[in-house]
Design a protein around this ligand. Structure first.
Ligand code: 7TS
Length: 413
């Protein structure tokens, strides 16, 4: 029986879906069912309009021209920085650095710490990381002689926090962990991880790439030293992201790249660097992207994180229940606290084959190791099929996924 609440919700989802023109399209002659939101989310027309407006009306370089267009672009770009500051609740606007994305943000910090760390210093990573939050730190360890330690995971796909306690000591200088695992959807206990690290005097970087579409992080409440994210996973464009850093750290760390915009004075004898945030923003940035990022933040806040959370949990629970009814299907990652991501496999069938057949049915999922090979190694599998849901997905789309997986199973067994 459809109750009043369901009707209200169906109406809202219909309206929300109208904001995303791409959801109307067909793929391989079938209505698109987009379930690869953890790779990149779709962009609402409110954000697309901002991008079109930028190139139609005021495209120009920022922070340098006295002319009207340049001033307009500068104002809009800096307004976006303020929106991002407010969203993450950063104390100061100059603690918000525009980057090209999460990977860029992590590299700014890992490269900076290569001038601070010494041989035998220790740094801690978690077993649940994306390669972006592993490889830059391994490069840092190679350069400095620092030692990389790993917080292990368990079968449910959760971090074993007791083991983390044993890794921490006064030798620990840095801890880097994701807020949410991209491969499994696990929400990590980052507040506990941060507090424990601070207890031994270590700084913490949180990779928020997968958390930000679902959770509004409060960097002051978390007390985190660095928090990074990408706009394209939060309904904004690709090629832009954010690095939040505590002022004292950003002042202490060296610039990442040299060039225009990041200097105060230049002569052949000596160059002095600009103050924050420009010190970390060499060259012409992704101006349109930054402004559109601000619009995406507005969009997601208009929907509201409580609404998003409630609805996405409903989708997650429904999909989990329906998928588990398929014989031979295993879900990887059953953390108590997780976002709307389901990684799964069919017994004896390669995930890539299932993904390819689903694509023929118009259903977009990601298959493979999801740039998280250590997690796949833990489960001793080559990869998974990953379905990741957004607030614009529907139960009907989950039904299409479930029926598609059943068909794929029949064809491949
Ligand atoms: N960290 C996490 C947790 C991620 O999920 C990703 C991208 C990154 C870092 C890198 O972000 P980028 O914007 O700099 O590329 N994750 C995925 C994914 O799960 N499928 O495609 C990209």
């Amino acid at each position: 029986m459809i109750i009043k609440e369901d009707i209200k919700r169906m109406f809202q989802i219909k309206n929300i879906r109208k904001d995303f023109p791409i959801l109307e399209r067909e793929v391989n002659g079938k209505q698109l069912v987009y379930l690869d939101n953890a790779a990149t989310s779709q962009t609402p027309k409110q954000v697309i309009d901002v991008i079109v407006d930028y190139y139609t009306s005021y495209n120009s370089n920022i922070h340098r021209g006295v002319h009207a267009l340049s001033q307009e672009a500068t104002d809009k770009y800096e307004e976006a920085r303020t929106k991002i500051q407010n969203h993450f609740n950063a104390k100061k606007k100059h603690e918000i650095i525009f980057t090209s994305g999460t990977t860029h943000g992590i590299n700014i910090i890992s490269s900076g710490f290569s001038q601070i760390l010494k041989e035998k210093d220790e740094v801690i990573v978690s077993a649940l990381e994306h390669h972006s939050n592993i490889v830059p730190w391994q490069m840092l360890c190679e350069k400095t002689g620092a030692i990389l330690k790993v917080i292990p995971m368990n079968q449910e796909g959760e971090l074993v926090v007791d083991q983390y306690d044993k890794l921490l000591s006064e030798k620990t200088k840095l801890v880097f962990v994701n807020h949410v695992s991209n491969a499994l959807g696990t929400i990590n206990p980052i507040k506990t991880i941060i507090d424990k690290a601070h207890h031994v005097g270590a700084a913490v970087l949180v990779d928020g790439a997968q958390a930000c579409p679902h959770i509004k992080p409060d960097v002051q409440e978390l007390g985190v030293d660095f928090y990074v994210a990408s706009a394209h996973k939060i309904y904004g464009p690709t090629g832009v992201g954010v690095l939040y850093g505590k002022e004292k750290w950003l002042n202490m760390l060296p610039p990442y790249q040299g060039g225009g915009e990041m200097i105060a004075t230049v002569s052949f004898e000596k160059t002095t660097y600009a103050t924050l945030p420009h010190k970390f923003e060499a060259g012409t940035p992704n101006i349109c992207g930054g402004i559109a990022f601000g619009a995406a933040i507005d969009y997601i806040n208009n929907i509201g994180f409580k609404t998003i959370e409630n609805y996405e949990i409903e989708l997650l629970q429904y999909a989990t229940k329906e998928l588990l009814e398929i014989e031979g299907l295993t879900i990887y990652g059953e953390a108590k606290n997780k976002t709307s991501v389901i990684s799964f496999n069919l017994k004896g069938i390669h995930p890539y084959d299932v993904g390819t057949l689903l694509d023929k049915m118009g259903i977009a999922v990601r298959t493979g190791h999801h740039c998280a090979q250590p997690i796949m190694d833990y489960y001793k599998i080559p990869g998974t099929i990953r379905a990741s849901f957004s607030f614009y997905n529907t139960k009907e789309e989950i039904d299409a996924l479930v029926s598609g997986v059943k068909k794929a199973k029949l064809m491949l067994s």
